[in-house]
Design a protein around this ligand. Structure first.
Ligand code: GLN
Length: 250
């Protein structure tokens, strides 16, 4: 089996090493003997998302979001169909905002979003910036209790994202700001779509989260989703060190 991983707008949405998320997915598959095919797709290029297994969309500045919005909108039907059919999506910051209904910038101008996620984003005066620790909601994620229960990462956004009724955040912020700095929620899950503000990049810092995405993608293909353990002791040490430091010193 070959997993098809798609990186949308790698040239426009790649803040703070977001591309590292693709590298992490690819490496964790390779180490387990799972073949991958990485497709990079940008403005004017076509891709049928219904044939993809995992889609990654990174973060960018307001400027980049404005540049790509028209191109993104023409993908609405195809992407919507794929998502309804269980496509695994990881979207970070600007990419997360673009899957929502709209992003209203500080100057009042709106960048429309795809509206796939019932979330909306309002630009705030204060930038929400710094390292983040999130206590994952096991029910939302379906994570076995033996696995690490936190996410660590770095956020930098002025947009404050609010979730519609019926959507749950990925977890509760223990340190940092998260979706909007007000309700202590961070990120969102809808079907197999994950949105988060965590850069860093996210997946090398949170290998358990990378494996969750791979497991979901494999299961969707009819596989049992079993992933053999990898030697993650360095990643786990780094993860725990960050959690400890941030919870102690903020
Ligand atoms: N432009 C968005 C904001 O500042 C997203 C930034 C990002 O992707 N880091 O809210």
């Amino acid at each position: 089996m070959k997993l098809s991983i798609c990186h949308l707008y790698p040239d426009l949405l790649d803040l703070y090493g977001d591309r590292g998320n693709i590298l992490a997915l690819e490496a964790r598959c390779r180490w387990r003997g799972i073949d991958t095919e990485i497709r990079r797709v940008s403005l004017g290029e076509d891709l049928d998302f219904t044939r993809a297994d995992i889609l990654f969309i990174g973060g960018g500045s307001d400027r980049e979001q404005g540049i790509l919005v028209e191109d993104l909108m023409r993908r609405e039907d195809n992407l919507g169909k794929a998502i309804d059919n269980g496509l695994v999506v990881l979207s970070i910051c600007g990419g997360y905002q673009m899957l929502g209904k709209y992003y209203q910038m500080m100057n009042g101008q709106r960048i429309e979003g795809l509206g796939i996620l019932d979330v909306w984003t309002i630009g705030g005066e204060k930038r929400l910036i710094g390292n983040v620790v999130v206590n994952l909601d096991e029910e939302t994620l379906g994570i076995p209790s033996s696995k690490i229960k936190s996410l660590v990462g770095f956020e930098n956004h002025s947009g404050k994202t609010y979730l519609g009724e019926g959507l749950s955040p990925l977890g509760k912020v223990l340190s940092g700001h998260g979706n909007n700095g007000e309700d202590s929620g961070e990120g969102v899950r809808y079907l197999n779509v994950f949105g988060t503000y965590l850069h860093g990049p996210l997946l090398p810092k949170n290998p358990h989260f990378a494996d969750l995405l791979l497991e979901l993608a494999l299961k969707r293909r009819g596989d049992d989703g079993y992933l053999n353990d990898l030697d993650d002791h360095l990643e786990v040490l780094a993860h725990q060190a960050m959690v400890t430091r941030l919870l102690k010193h903020g």
